[in-house]
Write a protein that binds this ligand. Structure first.
Ligand code: PAF
Length: 282
């Protein structure tokens, strides 16, 4: 596996691959790799000649410096995971100046309103930061296909929108949420949770499964009441939001139409760690 530590080495590498006509699959990350990332690489490997990942903790997508500082980083462990996986051909680990040659600040994006829902409300500016780094990485890595987890479903929708609006020649693929055996969605942040808290956090997934059973049987306000009630009875867990939204617009809804697709979204804070999850409703 090639470890590409700056823009120049990346560019030389990409040029060689393009000359050989290789089809590039790309999965950008912020490190703290887990099995969820491996599932991105597995999908990418099936559909491309070459898989590239990146590890870059993007400063512009954090809302405060404390969150940025606390973000788990362990590059040696990540490199070991990548090498042992045998799934990734090259990893790009840029410096801040490789991505932000001038000011470390975001560009502004219009995602047709997708940015104003859910995470956009609780994390102002976050999606401008995501758009900025992903656009720049796409321009440098020049992938044919790029892979993002459905755990951050709103991020996936926003990246699809940005790619379409900027007419970037990249096909975006969403990869289903990778769950631990108890149902907890894997994330870099939940590595900060103690094992016993991870175990009780399975209630988040179990609640989404129940929501899917309740959907189209009772009303959405009734579902919301039941979900609020579940978390009112969980010690040390705070329900930040739960809602059902139209899958295409991400707008919250209190009623549903037969011909539209819907998804439940939830954020629960457990011991100060923000756990995010979602589920398609059928
Ligand atoms: O999902 C992530 O890890 C990040 O938001 C991403 C897409 C790598 C951009 O920094």
């Amino acid at each position: 596996m090639e470890v590409l530590k700056n823009k120049k080495t990346l560019q030389d590498f990409i040029e060689r691959q393009k000359e050989m006509g290789k089809r590039i699959g790309f999965a950008p990350t912020m490190g703290a790799l887990h099995k969820g990332h491996l599932s991105l690489y597995e999908t990418a490997k099936k559909e491309n000649d070459l898989v590239i990942s990146s590890i870059f903790v993007n400063p512009t997508q954090f809302n405060n410096t404390e969150d940025l500082e606390k973000y788990p980083r362990n590059i040696d462990r990540d490199l070991l995971i990548l090498k042992n996986s045998g799934l990734v051909d090259a990893v790009y680990i840029p410096e801040v100046a490789d991505i932000y040659p001038e000011k470390t600040e975001s560009q502004h994006y219009d995602y047709d309103g997708l940015e104003n829902e859910m995470e956009g409300k609780s994390r102002p500016g976050h999606f401008d930061g995501v758009g900025t780094v992903v656009e720049e990485l796409f321009r440098q890595v020049k992938p044919d296909n790029a892979y993002f987890g459905e755990k951050d479903f709103q991020q996936l929708a926003i990246i699809k929108k940005m790619t379409e609006k900027k007419q970037l020649p990249v096909k975006i693929t969403g990869v289903p949420i990778y769950r631990a055996e108890n149902g907890l969605a894997l994330s870099s942040r939940n590595q900060r949770l103690h094992e016993d808290r991870k175990e009780v956090s399975k209630i988040i997934y179990q609640t989404l499964v129940k929501v899917n059973d309740w959907f189209r049987v009772i009303t959405i306000p009734e579902i919301k009441e039941r979900v609020t009630d579940v978390f009112d009875h969980q010690q040390g867990m705070v329900l930040e939001y739960f809602l059902i939204a139209d899958e295409a617009t991400l707008k919250e809804t209190d009623f549903f139409y037969k011909d539209r697709q819907y998804r439940a979204f939830i954020v629960v804070v457990v011991d100060g760690v923000r756990l995010i999850d979602n589920m398609h409703l059928d």
